[in-house]
Write a protein that binds this ligand. Structure first.
Ligand SMILES: Cc1cc2nc3c(=O)[nH]c(=O)nc-3n(C[C@H](O)[C@H](O)[C@H](O)COP(=O)(O)OP(=O)(O)OC[C@H]3O[C@@H](n4cnc5c(N)ncnc54)[C@H](O)[C@@H]3O)c2cc1C
Length: 309
């Protein structure tokens, strides 16, 4: 079985989520990659080094300059003429692309795959991760998005893939790129961070969030996350949100500060290796998943903890 994995990149390097998608794809058979963009030599060179990769199809064209899903989907469909499965990471961009590929191929998409049980059988979460469905498809061509935290990352070095240039399929004219506002990160990115400190509604304001959560995160070299309540209250921007409708994370350590542990929040972080919860309510549901629990007032505990670290 030949699988085509779409490479998510920033024009210079391959994003980590792609490496997890390669591991998932390798369970289906031969792995080929698709690099679409403009001026993507560095990305293609990085892609051929990924362990276990065969061909790396490179489409370098102005139509793919901003990786608009509307333009990349027909290219992927063209390549699917000689591939059996299309795999994209279940990231924002991957989730924009894969459904278009599935629709153009007239097959169903299997979303957020957690495991590959066979060449047509997969597991995926339903009900915010409270149940796991086993899904079997009869479609000849499979289209999957895979959850990065469910698969180890393939080694970024050691592979010996081959670059193959592919002709562009052109600009569909369905979307135009107007601009991008990219947040400048001074801390690790949420989805790839080893440690995350997240704050909840209990912080009470954006000022308190910054005053308490950020120094603790900086001491731990951690990324900063938040519950939806904290985002909705405007303490932090919505790209901080962890959970069912936010980012799915599985760091080595997740510190939840003043977060109750609603199922929608747990859906995004309960696979973290060690969960530390700070909450004044000893019955808060977060303690049911926590490995380390501190019952008390966060306004007292967090500054003390930050100072001791
Ligand atoms: C369709 C849908 C999707 C959703 N998606 C998400 C999602 O992606 N992510 C998400 O997070 N939520 C999501 N939610 C919202 C979710 O249901 C909760 O409302 C939200 O997670 C609550 O955020 P919170 O824990 O910060 O606030 P609260 O539930 O208000 O909890 C605050 C906690 O802080 C504790 N506390 C208060 N004061 C202190 C103090 N001084 N010291 C220590 N602890 C204190 C309290 O005991 C409480 O446990 C979604 C809801 C729906 C319906």
């Amino acid at each position: 079985m030949k699988t085509l994995v779409w490479v998510e990149h920033d024009g210079q390097s391959v994003k980590d989520a792609t490496l997890s998608a390669v591991t998932a794809a390798a369970k289906l058979g031969e792995v080929h990659l698709l690099v679409a963009g403009q001026g993507v030599d560095a990305v293609a060179q990085a892609a051929v080094k990924i362990a276990g990769v065969g061909k790396v199809h490179v489409a370098d064209d102005a139509a793919y300059a901003h990786q608009l899903a509307e333009n990349v989907a027909p290219l992927a469909v063209e390549l699917m003429g000689h591939h059996d499965a299309f795999v994209a990471p279940a990231t924002t961009t991957g989730k924009a692309l894969a459904p278009r590929v599935a629709a153009l191929l007239d097959v169903m998409q299997i979303s957020d795959v957690l495991s590959v049980e066979g060449e047509d059988t997969f597991t995926r979460p339903i009900y915010a991760g409270n149940a796991i469905a086993t899904v079997q498809t009869r479609d000849a061509k499979k289209v999957l998005t895979v959850r990065g935290t469910a698969f180890e990352k393939a080694a970024a070095e050691g592979g010996s893939g081959m670059i193959e240039a592919v002709a562009a399929t052109g600009d569909t004219g369905l979307a135009t790129f107007e601009g991008a506002e990219i947040a400048a990160l001074t801390r690790p990115e949420l989805t790839s961070a080893r440690v995350i400190v997240s704050g909840g509604r209990a912080l009470g304001s954006g000022e308190k969030f910054h005053e308490l959560i950020e120094p603790l995160a900086d001491k731990l070299g951690a990324a900063v996350g938040a519950s939806r309540a904290a985002v909705d209250a405007g303490y932090v921007p919505n790209d901080y949100q962890v959970g069912q409708t936010g980012k799915i994370v599985a760091p080595e350590v997740y510190v939840a500060v003043g977060i109750s542990g609603a199922i929608q929040h747990l859906a995004g972080m309960k696979d973290s290796k060690i969960i530390v919860a700070i909450n004044k309510d000893e019955d808060a549901p977060i303690f049911q998943v926590a490995d380390v629990g501190l019952v008390g007032d966060l306004f007292k505990i967090v500054p003390e903890l930050t100072e001791k670290l």
